[in-house]
Design a protein around this ligand. Structure first.
Ligand SMILES: Cc1ncc(COP(=O)(O)O)c(C=O)c1O
Length: 388
């Protein structure tokens, strides 16, 4: 069966390829440890699971979700409270907040809501692969803006050629950044707002790691600077802070026109989020910020362990302060794929090659800290043995 041409333009999804590789190795009897995927292994807080079960027993909740594609008002109000308390951002729950089935869904719907076929959409390189796929599926043209170590992995907006900026309709960014771990600051946000205003570019600030920061790094929303709501939306998610990746729940907040447009896409695509999941999300946002502190402590310990091991095998670098990933330079003269291959051969450890995130990911691998402590220790012992 012939499938749509647009699908052939999308590179194979990184994790599907990795999963196949891991499954094959396991079938061959190898005890593989995967540090490739960012998916917390600790369970969702008990109180959140309880809330889901309680609400799922009410037949009223078995029907189409309340307020359908927008998310129930109680959920939108809680998001608005959370944004006020955590980031000092005030949001109108009616016009500026929308429930999502994860922030990944928001990326896809953002482009459908904003761009026309052939429009350029800027994205960072290295960058989260789903941006490129979403742009292509909407008929857009992805344009990669490099983010390099010497610039703190922030894009140099002034280097985007003006003809490209003039024809760009959207831009994807995410800080704390997957894959580099870099964080942005308010001066950068101000530059971004000015750039977006100058060129009429809608910003999709994807912020699912906003809570996962270390060493006193401030938790920030792009919307906390003046003018941000005029130029874009922010996506966020319960996946990472509350160990809820499988639940599929997140949010889009910000510019009311974009929120209405994304809502229209959703209205014609899905019928919203299962009510009990929305109630459970309210519970998480209201009562489980302690889970975030606990997880940040766990990731912080694991980060230190990985950094010590890398130091012992001669890989030294100053890691940025966000996300549960480490963006690690490869040893002198080794490409990302060579180093990934060697880690697999010598330690049966799988990591993501930097080039999976774009060509500027060459010379790096990404290590995820979302594995149980025991397995991470084992992986680090094997790496130390294999490389010393
Ligand atoms: C940058 C980025 N955006 C979005 C997502 C998807 O998150 P969600 O589970 O909310 O769809 C991820 C997940 O890894 C991510 O790294």
């Amino acid at each position: 069966m012939q499938v749509a041409d647009r699908l052939t333009k999308i590179p194979p999804y990184l994790f599907m390829e990795l999963r196949k590789k891991i499954a094959q190795a396991k079938a061959d009897g190898i005890d593989v440890i995967s540090l490739a995927i960012g998916d917390p292994v600790e369970p969702t807080p008990e109180s959140v699971v309880e809330e889901l079960c309680r609400r799922a027993r009410d037949p009223e909740n078995h029907r189409y979700p309340t307020d359908e594609e927008k998310g129930m008002m109680a959920f939108r109000k809680e998001i608005s409270r959370w944004y006020g308390d955590r980031y000092g951002v005030s949001l109108d729950p009616e016009r500026e907040v929308l429930g999502l089935i994860g922030s990944k869904e928001g990326c896809h719907h953002f482009v459908l809501a904003r761009i026309n076929p052939g429009d350029i959409v800027l994205m960072t390189d290295p960058g989260y692969p789903a941006y490129r796929a979403s742009i292509i599926m909407a008929g857009g043209e992805p344009y990669s803006v490099p983010i390099l170590r010497e610039n703190g992995y922030l894009p140099r907006l002034e280097d985007v050629p003006s003809d490209v900026a003039e024809s760009a309709r959207g831009m994807f960014l995410n800080y704390p950044n997957n894959p580099t771990g870099a964080c942005a600051d308010r001066p950068f946000f101000r530059d971004l707002v000015a750039f977006a205003k100058d060129y009429d570019i809608a910003v999709c600030y994807d912020n699912p790691y906003s809570e996962i920061v270390f060493g006193g790094q401030e938790r920030l929303s792009f919307l906390s600077v003046e003018g941000a709501k005029d130029v874009g939306v922010e996506l966020n998610s319960l996946s990472k802070p509350f160990n809820m990746t499988g639940w599929r729940i997140g949010m889009a907040v910000g510019n009311p026109d974009l929120i209405a447009a994304i809502s229209k896409v959703k209205e014609n695509t899905d019928s919203g989020i299962f009510n009990p999941i929305q109630y459970a999300a309210i519970k998480a946002l209201k009562d489980e910020s302690k889970n975030i502190d606990r997880m940040v402590e766990i990731y912080s310990r694991r980060r230190a362990l990985v950094l010590q091991t890398l130091d012992r095998i001669g890989i030294r670098f100053e890691p940025p302060k966000g996300t549960f990933y480490l963006w690690v330079p490869t040893p002198e003269g080794m490409s990302a794929l060579e180093f990934t291959g060697k880690l697999f051969e010598r330690a049966a450890v799988v990591v993501a090659a930097g080039t999976a995130y774009g060509r500027y990911g060459e010379g790096y691998i990404r290590i995820s800290l979302t594995v149980p402590d025991g397995r991470l220790h084992e992986a680090m012992e094997r790496i130390e043995q294999g490389f010393s």
